[in-house]
Write a protein that binds this ligand. Structure first.
Ligand SMILES: *Cc1c(COP(=O)(O)O)cnc(C)c1O
Length: 438
């Protein structure tokens, strides 16, 4: 494959955009490369400016559960755009999307739309602090909740990728109220609560971790968090920005049958446009302005194009059998990858919840951030480039999620599995060479 145009556009971008990108992981730094520039995408396929076509498993980092440019979503956006792109005044579309979400997630009685997942988690924590009149917040190592100052502490995603323990520019004071526990460790959470009783406003968690690769909750982990937070009078905040409408129509809270106090959503609910939201019990949500004293606003919040893309997306995913089909396909995909790796003797772990997959180069089970970090990311990088060269576009970091969509076909999957055998072999050789070097 040729990447001449991408190279040129990247150099041009680097002159005016920091690192040539607007979100760090896109720069391919974690896999020792430079990014391909995208021209267009349709269904499960994405095409770069050099005309290379790939089967896309990044899915815009999660939103594209229907694949790219779904006809119903595009039509909805076109219709809305012809009536005007923003009013700064209420439209019925906001109510419609809110009703769909409230119906899907009974823990949400009222909801507020914002423009990014970062805004959703930041505002949910502000609300939790106002409601509980406490300051501290507990998060988990390796969980990513957007680039909120107070949560950029031992975060995952880009931060894990670049091994920066804290972001520069975050004051000691703004991180001081954040407590960190290892994922999947209820006892550690209990200890934090014993130590900081009456001080913890909220515990925020990705119910399925998706920013350190994919790490499912151990049985009893989420229900344990529910029990502890309730006992200590803290709020349980589920960051379902990835998992909402992804692992099930009702999100991880329906899949694992645990009811949070507040839920953060994003990605899928915008159908590929910038939308996020937070919601929960009415008595908590009513503390928000204009009813209450917690301030939070947004010039483009509830934007009609974004609302309509979200509505069109949820209308598709709520159809009978949607998640069953996605589950079957994802299971075949995971089994195929594991089998390819086995054939060439490449040790891997595939963690999967529904259409979220994490591929780790290791023999050990990956259950938390420290086990994720000890996997062979160099090998992942080699695997990534081998797959890219064979027309398979995987996340450019070992700590991101592989997403399947309803657009992935049987033949996409067999093509990917076929390519993976060769790529695993190359990754194995890479490991052999690296071992000789040492
Ligand atoms: C993507 C993500 C966010 C941040 O959303 P942005 O829209 O990128 O700000 C927050 N939480 C989780 C779990 C995410 O995956």
């Amino acid at each position: 494959m040729k990447y001449e145009k991408s190279s040129r556009l990247y150099q041009e971008a680097c002159r005016v955009l920091v690192g040539g990108v607007n979100s760090p992981v896109r720069a391919f730094g974690a896999v020792n490369g430079t990014p391909v520039f995208i021209k267009k995408a349709k269904g499960s396929k994405i095409e770069d400016v050099d005309g290379n076509r790939y089967i896309d498993y990044v899915s815009s980092w999660g939103p594209l559960i229907l694949g790219s440019a779904h006809p119903k979503v595009l039509q909805a956006i076109r219709n809305a755009a012809s009536r005007g792109t923003s009013f700064g005044a209420p439209t019925h579309l906001e109510t419609e999307l809110a009703e769909l979400i409230v119906e899907a997630m009974p823990s949400i009685q009222k909801i507020r739309f914002v423009n990014s997942g970062t805004e959703a988690t930041m505002s949910a924590l502000r609300l939790a602090r106002a409601y509980t009149k406490c300051n501290r917040v507990i998060k988990f190592e390796g969980c990513y909740h957007g680039h909120v100052d107070s949560l950029l502490v031992k975060g995952g995603s880009g931060m894990a990728t670049f091994a920066i323990p804290d972001s520069a520019g975050v004051t000691v004071a703004s991180a001081a109220d954040t407590l960190v526990a290892p994922f999947n460790d209820v006892d550690a959470v209990e200890r934090l609560f014993e130590k900081f009783r009456d001080e913890v406003a909220a515990l925020i968690v990705e119910p399925v971790a998706g920013n350190m690769g994919v790490i499912p909750p151990k049985p009893g982990f989420l229900s344990g968090l529910r029990e502890i937070t309730e006992r200590y009078g803290s709020l349980l905040v589920f960051d379902e920005v990835i998992t909402g409408f992804r692992v099930a129509y009702g999100g991880a809270q329906s899949l694992f049958n645990v009811t949070p106090d507040l839920t953060c959503l994003g990605k899928i609910i915008g159908g590929g446009l910038p939308v996020a939201a937070y919601g929960g019990r009415e008595e908590i949500m009513n503390l928000l302005s204009p009813l209450g004293r917690v301030y939070q606003a947004g010039t483009l919040s509830g934007n009609p194009l974004a609302m309509t893309a979200g509505i069109a997306t949820l209308h598709e995913t709520r159809k009978n059998g949607f998640y069953d089909r996605l589950e079957k396909k994802s299971k075949l995909f995971a089994e195929g990858l594991i089998e390819s790796a086995r054939i060439v003797g490449c040790p891997v772990q595939v963690n999967r919840v529904g259409s979220m997959l994490g591929l780790f180069f290791t023999e050990e089970k990956v259950v938390d951030y420290s086990s994720a970090k000890s996997t062979n990311t160099k090998q992942y990088g080699r695997f990534f480039h081998e797959m890219l060269g064979r027309g398979i576009y995987l996340p450019p970091s070992a700590f991101e999620t592989i997403f399947l969509s309803s657009a992935h076909s049987q033949s996409d999957i067999s093509q990917t599995i076929k390519a993976s055998e060769r790529a695993f072999r190359a990754a194995q050789i890479e490991l052999g060479v690296a071992a000789l070097d040492e």
